[in-house]
Design a protein around this ligand. Structure first.
Ligand code: SF4
Length: 327
């Protein structure tokens, strides 16, 4: 690992100024992803600006929803009584992510910005357009069993690894950021990018911008929700496929639905057409199977991940059945 300068800041403005001044400076909070990237030589910042003590860790009720500070720990959000009561899908997704030790270090902002776990990305002896633009994509013709079935490009077929982000996508979150020229709000659906021709750019966040908070609007999905994560071992593994499902029911008729998948695309994959198709339908397995078919339109597999074309719709059906209480 290269030598680097380390400074700690106590105000958001000072942190942004420190990073803006130096093209090789990076923010660091929990460090649960960035330090791995540095140890493996994937990134080599010359300066780390520690933002972990900025006063951005509050979880606050708002007039219509909640504001979660970017420095709130994943474990704090998952265990927060208000989040568990009003946004149980988010609490479930957080509990499914990583290990207890990592959840105690990882922040909400860092979770959103974590990078893919494609093993070609982490092995600097192998080609990877995301790590080193123009070198090729090792996964395209290589071992791609963990890779995307939606939204990929010929430059990159990686998936986004976060569980939390799948729930945030389903729940219509907004990301609040601050930068040298002021503050802005970014709809969660627009925050992460598809790879296209620039797979090295994961999000629309500018280099000198800092995530300060995430907001969620009031949600009707307080009861009939389920986060289903299918993985290769029971704990501390990234999703092969995950589903965040929420239903608002009146008797056994669906009034509203929220649905998103993880492990299938370069960004959390919202299933808007399937959500629409569920409205007004009765809670039955056939209803959920039909929604899953709609959700899978346009999916395409590679040599080693064809199993996802079956696993993903089955996971959608199972998550909806569990959310509806008919599993
Ligand atoms: Fe790199 Fe993306 Fe290809 Fe993985 S899938 S090797 S991250 S370009």
């Amino acid at each position: 690992m290269n030598n680097f300068q380390y400074i700690r800041t106590t105000s958001t403005k000072a942190a942004i100024d420190a990073v803006a001044k130096d093209p090789d400076a990076r923010f660091i909070a929990g460090g649960t992803n960035l330090l791995d990237l540095m140890k493996r030589g994937i990134v080599s910042p010359e300066k780390l600006v520690d933002i972990s003590r900025l006063p951005l860790n509050k979880i606050e009720r708002e007039a219509s929803g909640v504001r979660i500070g970017a420095m709130a720990l994943n474990s704090e959000v998952a265990e927060n009584a208000f989040i568990k009561e009003k946004f149980p899908l988010l609490a479930q997704a957080l509990q499914a992510g990583a290990s207890a030790q990592l959840r105690n270090m990882a922040t909400v902002g860092g979770n959103i910005l974590q990078r893919t776990r494609c093993h070609y990305f982490y092995d600097t002896s192998l080609p990877c357009n995301k790590r080193e633009p123009g070198t090729g994509c090792g996964a395209l013709e290589g071992n791609n069993h963990m890779h995307a079935i939606f939204g990929f490009s010929e430059k990159c077929i990686a998936v986004h690894p976060s569980d939390m982000c799948v729930a945030l996508a389903a729940l219509d979150a907004t990301v609040l950021v601050s930068g040298p020229t002021g503050d802005r709000k970014i709809a969660f659906a627009d925050f992460h990018r598809l790879p296209g021709d620039k797979p090295h750019v994961d999000t629309v966040l500018e280099k000198n911008e800092l995530i300060t908070a995430v907001t969620l609007p009031d949600s009707p999905f307080t009861k009939n929700v389920h986060y289903l994560k299918v993985r290769e071992r029971a704990s501390y593994a990234f999703a092969l496929v995950s589903v965040a499902a929420g239903l608002q029911l009146e008797n056994d008729t669906i009034q509203r639905a929220c649905l998103a998948m993880g492990g299938v695309a370069h960004k959390p994959w919202r299933l808007a057409s399937a959500e629409k198709a569920l409205i007004g339908k009765k809670v039955t397995e056939a209803t959920f199977r039909q929604a899953a078919e709609i959700a899978m339109q346009g999916a395409k597999s590679f040599e080693h991940n064809a199993y996802k074309l079956k696993l993903a719709p089955n996971a959608i059906v199972q998550a909806l059945k569990t959310a509806a209480g008919i599993a």
